[in-house]
Design a protein around this ligand. Structure first.
Ligand code: ADP
Ligand code: MG
Ligand code: MG
Length: 881
């Protein structure tokens, strides 16, 4: 078996398809040689050796060494120089390179092979002693840092002291004698620090460097990066050993990095930076201010471009970048070095880009016939579209971090903190911008949440009330920020020694979960034609329809603008909290008898009718699914004696009576208590009123000759077919009554949510009484895993970090467990009714991985919050390709 792969013009043993064993860097170096692009010869030690390395307890297996020496001999004969030759030495770089690019996460060493003898040889053969000694001091700096664990700042300080003493500004001001002195001082320091002398033997240097690169796969920063991007530890890194070319040989030499298109805007313009007489990471490290590559870009800054400084090499670079882009058919991020006017390529990879750039590049490449529409869609990350839909914090702004919570709903907002919903509403009316700060939120806080710029909570997870509702509104939210102590009594939030009072300003970054002190500048999102175009392309491919979860005309309109094809979930309870009606809702709840209850409901009827009429009008012929009342009644009543007293006065009833009524509604486990269709089994009047409101609104639409899709009446929390049979009959009876009264006919559908395991398991029987199913995957996840979404935040993190669960099951559906119930529900339901329409309306409806799963499970549509509609459209298209 082969473990070492040679690369040089026309003789490469690898190619771009071999990233798994060669790593991205090695595979692309080999590929470039095959394209006739100048690449310094070298070889790659495969990622499999990384595995062996760790199996042997962090040692390079002895049996690999002969392969390495043989490959080195091949490089020597290619270049015509010998590794360690005192007269004309071959120098190499030792570079890491994993399958997935991990920029700057691991280590690289340049100029390896230098010692007190070979440096003299290099000085003579290059006829450039300054260059030789500059390379030597760089090598010692890098090697001692990476291989010998010497604190690099010690050597840096020594160099800075020398420059200061001599009144130099730049590294390039140092003379040969300065550099010789530095090398001497460096070696003394290293001996002092480590008790070992700096290795002079080039082979000892090489084995040390290879070992260090393999070790760098497991440094804390590499591990953090891998965790962040879900890169498995088993992949390992390859090691590339490559003959050096030198950008530090004088004024005709340079090093640089470039993107074939602008990575932040996507504009089709070559974009990059370089430094004359420099090496390696100098450009990125900010040692000197790098110069722009093209004349156009340089004009603005008054600096000299590569195009002007080294026109010949620039010409080669332009040819090569075009060739690379055409070959890889994607924007490339490239690294190059110019040695005495000759260009060498040292790296190419698909460049990282912002969401805006990704869209623009995709559209341009379709027009250039470089890629197909399918490829364009498959390249785009649906999740990244979120960046485009919300204002974001200005990355250049100065800021003071206070704490970090969960990135519950993206966007960047600032405002004055307030601790109650009432205050949020009041301050908003006074024209102030506020951030609502709560331990957690409940449906009562809706008004405050609407009034606030953003929402901050110290408790609750990604699917806590605050998070779900905020995402639905497209409102920025940081949730579950346990570090912060919120005290309602004193109206303060405390963190890291700061005590913020009501009215103080904070800034939330809902994309990272970060909270900052004071106001941080934000930038507004811009949606351009490319966004629309990509959405249209996606629509051609997708099979799943995309609807929205919307309770208000505003949400419905937003979602429709984003391309929603209907409402998949209208939660009627949110309509109950309006200031004009909440007291009638409460009267209904505390009524002692049916007559009183019906009296209160009669007050609500016209309001609900208008709610539905508005939604029907906005949706203009698109389907609307209305879920009848779902939460336990106790969520609607006041919780403190004070509020109860006030309410008693308002609705003209006795305080004690009201208080005992409220107390009686208390449940130990309301999530599994008297809610959903169970309310209608005991109090049929509630659903009857809601059904009537829907039917009357439909009649109004018909009477006005407006477009109306058959209203979809959805009954929640059904566990048995019997429940649905009873409630369906009741609903049908009421619809028919209205149709007779108004003498107007319209079509309607009655269906149910599948959100309890028993409903999925008996879906065949339930389908007898249902025109449609909608999977309520939030509750289905809670009830399948026996996991409360409001309380699981405390331990779910440990479950994910220990690999017990792959992801938070409230964010991305648990495909194996909850998913099995979904598949079963689809299968059983369609056995009874082959044409049963089936959708999903949980939070998962907006999650790309879950959407792929729902596509495969054969659903007809997903429904998600308005701001996720574009994400779902793209994800649904990708699922069907
Ligand atoms: P990273 O993975 O962090 O980008 P690299 O292995 O690409 O690290 O090395 C960083 C830089 O070092 C390269 O961009 C290049 O400028 C320089 N470099 C690496 N190998 C060589 C070489 N053989 N000759 C000249 N410069 C090199
Ligand atoms: Mg690199
Ligand atoms: Mg539910």
């Amino acid at each position: 078996q082969k473990f070492v792969y040679f690369f040089a013009a026309g003789e490469s043993e690898g190619n771009a398809g071999m990233k798994n064993i060669l790593g991205g860097k090695g595979a692309n170096l080999a590929e470039m040689t095959s394209l006739g692009i100048p690449v310094p010869p070298g070889f790659t030690i495969s990622t499999e050796i990384c595995t062996h390395f760790y199996e042997e307890g962090g040692k390079l297996p002895d049996w690999v060494r002969p392969n390495v020496t043989a490959a080195m001999a091949k490089v020597e004969s290619k270049i015509g120089k010998k590794f360690g030759d005192a007269n004309d030495p071959l120098l190499v770089s030792v570079r890491s390179g994993a399958r997935a690019s991990m920029p700057g996460m691991m280590d690289t060493i340049l100029n390896l092979g230098l010692n007190d003898q070979t440096v003299e040889g290099l000085a003579k053969s290059s006829n450039n002693p300054r260059f030789a000694w500059d390379s030597y001091r760089r090598f010692i700096q890098m090697y001692s840092d990476v291989v010998m664990n010497v604190n690099s700042s010690l050597l840096d300080v020594t160099m800075e002291d020398l420059k200061e003493e001599k009144h130099y500004k730049l590294d390039t001001d140092m003379t040969v004698d300065d550099l010789k002195l530095l090398v001497k001082k460096f070696k003394e320091l290293i001996l002092q620090m480590t008790g070992r002398s700096f290795p002079a033997d080039p082979w000892e240097q090489l084995w040390g460097a290879i070992t260090a690169v393999f070790h760098s796969w497991n440094t804390p920063r590499a591990i953090t990066y891998r965790d962040l991007h879900s890169i498995p530890v088993s992949w390992g890194t390859a090691v590339n050993i490559q003959s050096m070319v030198f950008g530090n040989m004088g004024e005709d030499s340079a090093t640089g990095v470039a993107f074939t298109r602008n990575p932040s805007t996507g504009e089709k313009a070559f974009y990059g930076e370089f430094l004359i007489n420099a090496q390696g990471e100098d450009v990125v490290a900010g040692i000197r201010t790098p110069q722009p590559i093209t004349k156009v870009a340089a004009a603005a800054s008054g600096m000299l471009s590569l195009e002007e400084a080294l026109p010949e090499a620039y010409g080669q670079l332009v040819d090569i970048y075009k060739k690379l882009e055409t070959h890889y058919r994607d924007m490339q991020d490239i690294e190059f070095t110019i040695e005495r006017s000759k260009l060498w390529m040292l790296q190419t990879r698909n460049g990282k880009r912002t969401a805006a750039a990704a869209l623009k590049i995709a559209c341009d490449m379709i027009d250039e016939k470089l890629i197909t529409e399918e490829e364009a869609i498959l390249r785009l990350d649906p999740q990244a579209l979120d960046q485009l839909l919300h204002p974001t914090l200005d990355p250049k702004a100065q800021k003071t971090l206070l704490a970090k919570g969960l990135p519950a709903s993206p966007g960047g907002v600032n405002g004055q903190i307030v601790f109650t919903s009432e205050e949020a509403v009041l301050w908003k009316e006074q024209g102030k911008k506020v951030i609502l700060v709560r331990v957690e939120t409940s449906p009562e806080d809706i008004a405050g949440m609407i009034a606030a710029q953003g929402i901050f909570t110290t408790r609750g997870g990604m699917t806590s009330h605050a998070a779900v509702v905020a995402r639905g509104m497209g409102k920025c939210c940081v949730a579950g920020c346990g570090e912060v102590d919120v005290d309602y009594r004193t109206e303060t939030m405390k963190v890291k020694g700061y005590v913020l009072k009501k009215g103080d300003v904070i800034t939330l970054d809902g994309s990272t979960g970060e909270v900052y002190l004071g106001e941080v500048k934000t930038i507004e999102p811009k949606l351009d034609g490319t966004f629309e175009r990509v959405m249209k392309i996606a629509d051609q491919f997708r099979k799943l329809k995309v609807r929205t979860n919307a309770d208000t005309p505003k949400d419905a309109q937003t979602a429709k603008n984003f391309g929603a094809e209907g409402i998949g979930l209208c939660r009627t309870e949110h309509m109950f909290f309006g200031a004009d009606r909440i007291d009638s809702v409460r009267e209904m709840i505390i009524a002692d008898n049916k007559i009183d209850r019906e009296k209160a409901l009669a007050k609500l009827l016209p309001m609900q009718r208008d709610d539905f009429y508005q939604l029907f009008k906005i949706m203009d012929g698109l389907p609307v699914t209305i879920r009848l009342l779902d939460p336990p009644l106790h969520e609607f009543v006041p919780h403190t004696d004070e509020e109860t007293k006030e309410l008693a006065v308002r609705i003209n009833t006795d305080f004690e009576r009201l208080r005992s009524k409220v107390k009686a509604l208390h449940e130990f486990n309301p999530m599994l208590g008297h809610r959903g269709c169970r309310l209608a089994i005991t109090y049929p009047e509630i659903y009857i009123m809601q059904v009537r409101a829907i039917a009357e609104a439909a009649c109004m639409m018909m009477a006005e000759g407006k477009k109306l899709s058959a209203p979809e009446i959805m009954i929640p929390l059904v566990a048995t077919d019997k429940e649905l049979e009873i409630l369906r009959a009741q609903a049908e009876q009421e619809v028919k009554k209205v149709q007779v009264e108004k003498n107007i006919k319209f079509e309607y559908h009655i269906g149910t949510m599948i959100e309890l395991p028993r409903a999925a398991l008996t879906a065949d029987a339930i389908a007898e009484h249902a025109d449609f199913f909608s999977f309520g995957t939030n509750d289905l996840t809670q009830t399948t895993l026996g996991l409360s979404r409001d309380d699981s935040g405390r331990f779910l993190g440990s479950y994910v970090s220990q690999g017990i669960l792959a992801q938070d099951p409230f964010m991305s559906i648990d495909q194996v467990g909850v998913g099995a119930l979904v598949k079963m529900g689809v299968d059983f339901g369609r056995r009874t009714k082959p044409s049963l329409k089936i959708g999903v309306c949980g939070e998962h409806g907006g999650d790309p991985d879950s959407i792929e799963f729902f596509h495969k499970a054969g659903l007809d549509y997903v429904s998600c919050s308005p701001f996720r509609v574009p994400i779902a459209r793209l994800a649904a298209a990708r699922a069907s390709l």
